[in-house]
Design a protein around this ligand. Sequence first.
Ligand SMILES: C[S@@+](CC[C@H](N)C(=O)[O-])C[C@H]1O[C@@H](n2cnc3c(N)ncnc32)[C@H](O)[C@@H]1O
Length: 379
Amino acid sequence: MPGPRRRTCVYFLELGGEDDRFARREAASAAADVRTVAPGIAIVRSIVPERVRGLAYTHRASELLGRTDATLESARALLETASIDRDGSVAVRATDIHGSSGVSAPAVERTLGQVLVDRGFSVDLDDPDHVLRAAFSVGEIDDVDDLEPILASDSRADSTSVPANDVGATARGEQVSICALGWLTAESVRDFGSRAPTDKPFFQPGSMDPLLARAVANIAGAHEGRRILDPMCGTGGVLVEAGLVGADVVGTDAQEKMVRGARQNLEHFLDDSAESPTGATRGSWHVGRGDATRLPLAEDSIDGVVFDAPYGRQSKIETHRLEDLVSGALSEARRVASRAVVVADRSWASEARAAGWELESAFERRVHRSLTRYVLVLE
Ligand SMILES: C[S@@+](CC[C@H](N)C(=O)[O-])C[C@H]1O[C@@H](n2cnc3c(N)ncnc32)[C@H](O)[C@@H]1O
C-alpha cells in the first residue's frame, strides 16, 4: 500500500478543547514537530492531511503565510506584504481563540478580504478556491513539558530538521500575542456528536466519549495498515474510533454481554463498504471474550494497545483484584505491542514501569467534579 501523502512546509494548527498539551500530543500522530506557540495554536513542520481529518482535538491545519502579533493592524500589514503563490477566489475566516485577543472576527474578515481584493483576488464566500484562516490568541503558554520534543511522533521517521526560529519555539509561561495567517489545508471531521455513547446501539455507563476515544486511538497509532487492540473493550468505544480512521481493530472483554454489545456497535459503525467520514477505508474488526491478563495473541502482533481500566465502582472486574488486573493487562500489552495508551481513574505509572514500559507522557483530564481521568502514553 502506498504511504499517505505528506505535505512538507510550515503549517499552523487550531487546537480544540481545554488542554493544549494533550491536543498537541494527539496532533503528533498527524504532523511533525508540533510546538504550541500560543494558547490554541501550534506550529508544525509537515502534515498528513488524511490524518488531520481524523484528529479529535485539532480543528484545522493551514499552510502558514506568516505570523505577527494579535491585532488587526498587524494582520493587515502582514497580508499586504506576504508573498502569495496562488490565484483564484478567496474567503477569509477569522477566529479569536477563547475570546482572548478581543479582535472582532467580522472586522478581520472584512479588512483582510479587502487586502486580498486590492491584491487582485476575487472574493467568493460560498465556494472559494482558497480559504485564508486568521487565528488570534493572547495568553500564557503552559503546555511545555519535560518530555520535549514529542518523541513519539509517527511522522518522525521521514522528517528533517528545521531551525527552531522557523517554527517559533516558545518557553513555558511566556506571555504571547499571536495572529497566525495561513491557507486552510485540512479540517478534522466533526461528526463525534453522531456517536454519543447513549445513542449507540449498545450503551453501558462508563463508556468512553468518542472525542477522547479518537484521541487515544490516534496516540496509539491508529490509521490504515495498523492493528489496534483494546483488551477491555467494553462497548467498543475506542475500537469504533480506531476503525473509523482505518485501523484494523481487535477487542476482548471478560463479559459476554460486553462482547455482544461491542459487536453490535462495531457492526453499526464499521460494517459499511462506503469510505469513512475521514476518507480512510474502515478497518476490519474482531471481538471475542477473553481475559486481558492472558491474551490469545502472539508476541508483537499488535501495533498499539489502548485500554480504559475498570474504575472498580463501575465496571465488573472478573476474577481479579483491580491492581492485579491492571498489572497483568500491562504485562500482556507489553508482550503483544510496543506502544500502549492507558486511561484510568488513577495513575498506574509505577505498575506500568514494573511491567517493562517507559512513560512517554502523562495527562490528567478532568471529566467532572468527582472524576479525573489519567492518560498514560507508554513506549
Ligand atoms: C471501563 S470499562 C471499558 C469501557 C470502554 N472503553 C467503553 O468505551 O465502553 C472496562 C471493561 O473491562 C472489562 N474487564 C474487566 N476485567 C477484565 C478482564 N480480566 N479481561 C478483560 N476485560 C475485563 C469490563 O467487563 C469492562 O467492560
